[in-house]
Design a protein around this ligand. Structure first.
Ligand SMILES: Cc1cc2nc3c(=O)[nH]c(=O)nc-3n(C[C@H](O)[C@H](O)[C@H](O)COP(=O)(O)OP(=O)(O)OC[C@H]3O[C@@H](n4cnc5c(N)ncnc54)[C@H](O)[C@@H]3O)c2cc1C
Length: 387
């Protein structure tokens, strides 16, 4: 069993308080994803605008019980994300901030790129995007078709292609786009991109789950990229491109698992609050769900700690955690609806929303099938012990 230290307990308690503010706003954001613009002053949203931001770039971190928080530790992030997702995973994902591209820039950016990116984040609430998936290249993102080619006039590069399902891209100013410079896994590169660049367009897609995130279809038509904005140029070719995407996603995946866990817990708590006096059989079913939630939490914490400790098995544990948590979220929300009878989706709109959000979590950062493929590759190759 992993026990939390005092520092992580402090962020957990604060996140729990912040999450209470979100519950009443959850259905509003679900109905109108632009509601986020009306709630930028909500405690949790303003905290997220600077998370994660490494200490050397964040002179003014959030201080809780004397502890400074930069959002850079994975265990602290998953503990935080679970609590906030109990309030509303949609709001957590809709908030401006460095999020996924911040993690990538932390590992791939040179000094100038980090300064540029983080100063934009500190200037004002700024949405960012992380554009990897393409319309025909989701699970096999390594086969992407978007290209980065030298510009005809010799001044930098041009991006051409299309990306799809990109969180927050329609409201973002800056972000990272993955593109191909040549065939093969070493031919993938990540570039810093501004949404205001000519040739960049982003159209929100109609969605039913996690609607606050505003997933987007992006078109890149000869978008000019300065040579200085190519990430990882100071690193070996094997440490850029797809390798960096995989490393970044491994670091983030326990957090996505925590969204699933928070959604499952929200559904579980909803039943506890709204169906008192359940018959013994139903009470036992609900208690079972509670035990599953506790078990998956431990798995997520273990994966998060492995990421923080640079354990080579971290990516596999993160896949196990994500697959288990998204399955749990779907099971818990469907089971919770079952406690309220056939009209539940209409009569309990919050539960209906939680079930839709759980479905979306299944696809974020790789579906359950892809996580299982990764996990079993690790097991078969002996890189992960069966514990
Ligand atoms: C809410 C949300 C937010 C997202 N945010 C982002 C973002 O910010 N940036 C970004 O780049 N992308 C983002 N995505 C995209 C996400 O990463 C993809 O949806 C995901 O990788 C799956 O790709 P796909 O939708 O093309 O499905 P497909 O790859 O077409 O998969 C369809 C089905 O086939 C199965 N399948 C595919 N390949 C295999 C295989 N080899 N073996 C077994 N089964 C297989 C899958 O499990 C799935 O069930 C987001 C998606 C969602 C829903």
């Amino acid at each position: 069993m992993i026990e939390l230290d005092d520092r992580t307990k402090a962020i957990r308690l604060r996140a729990r308080e912040w999450a209470r503010e979100l519950k009443p706003l959850a259905l509003e954001l679900d109905g109108d994803p632009d509601a986020i613009y009306r709630h930028l002053d909500v405690g949790i949203v303003s905290y997220l605008t600077r998370m994660p931001l490494p200490p050397e770039y964040n002179p003014d971190p959030v201080v809780i019980d004397g502890h400074r928080f930069y959002g850079t530790g994975t265990l602290e992030r998953v503990v935080f994300a679970e609590e906030v997702a109990v309030g509303d995973a949609g709001m957590l994902l809709a908030a401006p901030g460095p999020v996924m591209s911040g993690v990538l820039i932390d590992s791939l950016g040179d000094e100038r790129q980090k300064k540029w990116f983080y100063s934009r984040i500190l200037e004002r609430p700024t949405w960012t995007f992380f554009a990897l998936t393409e319309p025909a290249r989701g699970s096999d993102a390594g086969a992407m078709e978007t290209t980065l080619t030298p510009a005809d006039d010799g001044d930098g590069y041009v991006l051409n292609g299309a990306k799809r399902y990109i969180g927050n891209a329609a409201r973002a100013d800056i972000g990272v786009v993955f593109a191909r410079t040549r065939p093969g896994p070493l031919g993938v590169t990540a570039v810093l991109t501004e949404a205001s660049a000519p040739g960049f367009t982003a159209e929100p897609l109609e969605t039913i789950g996690l609607r606050g995130l505003r997933i987007t279809a992006m078109t890149l038509d000869n978008v000019r990229i300065a040579a200085d904005n190519v990430l990882g140029r100071h690193l070996r070719p094997t440490q850029r491109g797809m390798w960096s995407a995989v490393q970044g996603l491994n670091r983030l995946r326990p957090g996505v698992a925590a969204f699933g866990l928070g959604i499952a817990r929200s559904a579980y708590e909803y039943v506890r609050e709204n169906r008192p006096g359940l018959p013994a059989w139903d009470r036992e079913r609900l208690d079972d769900l509670g035990r599953r939630i506790t078990g998956v939490r431990q798995l997520i914490w273990r994966a998060a700690r492995a990421v923080d400790e640079n354990d080579p098995a971290a990516g596999y544990l993160a896949s196990a955690a994500k697959a288990k948590a998204s399955r749990l979220a779907e099971d818990a929300t469907m089971e919770a609806l079952g406690f309220f009878g056939p009209g539940a989706r209409l009569e309990h709109p919050l539960l209906d929303k939680l079930a839709r959000d759980a479905r979306a979590v299944e696809f974020m950062e790789g579906t359950g099938n892809i996580q299982k493929l990764n996990l079993f590759t690790g097991l078969l190759q002996g890189r992960l012990r069966r514990a």
